[in-house]
Design a protein around this ligand. Structure first.
Ligand code: ZN
Length: 302
């Protein structure tokens, strides 16, 4: 339905209809107060990452370089929550990192620009991103204080999707993967092909250091691991992580972050080169396995 609406109605009306849809869904699922998960902080000194739950199952992230007190935010769909976090942190927000143009990621950009007193650089890889003023491509880099950010172009879920890899000397790095890589899953192929998702997950993200912390766009972990148990059924790590995730969610805690090493061990979409995954999918190539298990996941009701 949303696809039809997008094709036939001007952008401003679509955005307002989409906002109403996501906010109504969040109210139904979370109640009028509160979010789907508790806020949490991950400290990879000097990089501090605050996990800010939004809508029904989205995550925004406030990243602060504690040395310079400069901050950036990833996918700030709920600007007021972000502004509260920035104020509590006592930092200076300078950048919005947008993973892709979908409303539940980019839909807060304009409001945040209006509400924040200082100038903001709005970064992304797609002209459809609201308030965009800095278009980036694969291999581009910039800084948040002393944190280096490398842009990794990962088209498939959308044609302009960017993942952001953050590093500081001799410390654990982090990657913000939007709707390309989830914990134990990947995004739907709305605007791309299995080949492109293979390039993104296996040829690009899998090659990051194993200890890279993974911060993704949605809390889908339990459902993803339930599915992973059906296509990688002999993998004990998948079963163990499923039990862990169910326990975390029962306490309202995020299952974020994961790590690249953990994803290579438990995420079937990162494991399509392995014979055990291809055999269970009835395929004999990584691309065919990528296509087959994504189709199975699209129809998986758990
Ligand atoms: Zn999306």
């Amino acid at each position: 339905m949303l696809k039809f609406v997008h094709a036939h109605i001007p952008n401003c009306i679509v955005n307002s209809a989409t906002a109403t849809y996501f906010k109504a869904r969040a109210c139904l699922n979370n109640g009028f107060r509160g979010h789907h998960s508790n806020q949490a902080t991950v400290n990879l000194k000097p990089m501090k990452i605050q996990i800010l739950p939004a809508l029904t199952d989205n995550y925004m992230y406030l990243i602060t370089d504690e040395t310079t007190k400069e901050s950036a935010v990833v996918d700030p769909v709920e600007p007021d929550t972000v502004l509260q976090a920035v104020s509590a942190e006592g930092s200076r927000l300078t950048k919005i990192l947008t993973t892709h143009h979908h409303w539940d990621h980019a839909g807060g950009n304009e409001q945040l620009v209006k509400k924040y007193p200082g100038p903001l650089q709005i970064i992304g890889g797609d002209q459809r991103i609201g308030a965009l003023n800095t278009l980036v491509k694969d291999g581009d880099s910039f800084n948040i204080g002393n944190i280096k950010v490398d842009c990794i172009y990962t088209p498939c879920h959308t044609t302009g999707h960017i993942c952001y890899y953050l590093s500081t000397p001799n410390q654990v790095p982090a990657v913000f993967t939007g709707d390309t890589l989830f914990v134990a899953g990947c995004g739907r192929f709305f605007e791309g092909t299995p080949e492109q998702m293979y390039t993104a997950l296996v040829e690009k993200l899998s090659r990051l250091p194993d200890d890279t912390r993974v911060f993704c766009g949605h809390e889908y972990t339990v459902q993803n691991l339930k599915f992973a148990q059906t296509v990688d059924s002999n993998n004990p790590q998948v079963h163990r992580k499923f039990e862990w995730a169910v326990d975390k969610r029962s306490k309202g805690e995020p299952t974020i972050p994961s790590s690249i090493g953990e994803e290579k061990a438990t995420n079937p979409f990162m494991r399509v080169t392995l014979p055990e995954i291809q055999t269970q999918a009835g395929c004999n190539s990584p691309i065919a396995a990528m296509q087959t298990i994504r189709k199975q996941k699209d129809n998986f009701t758990g």
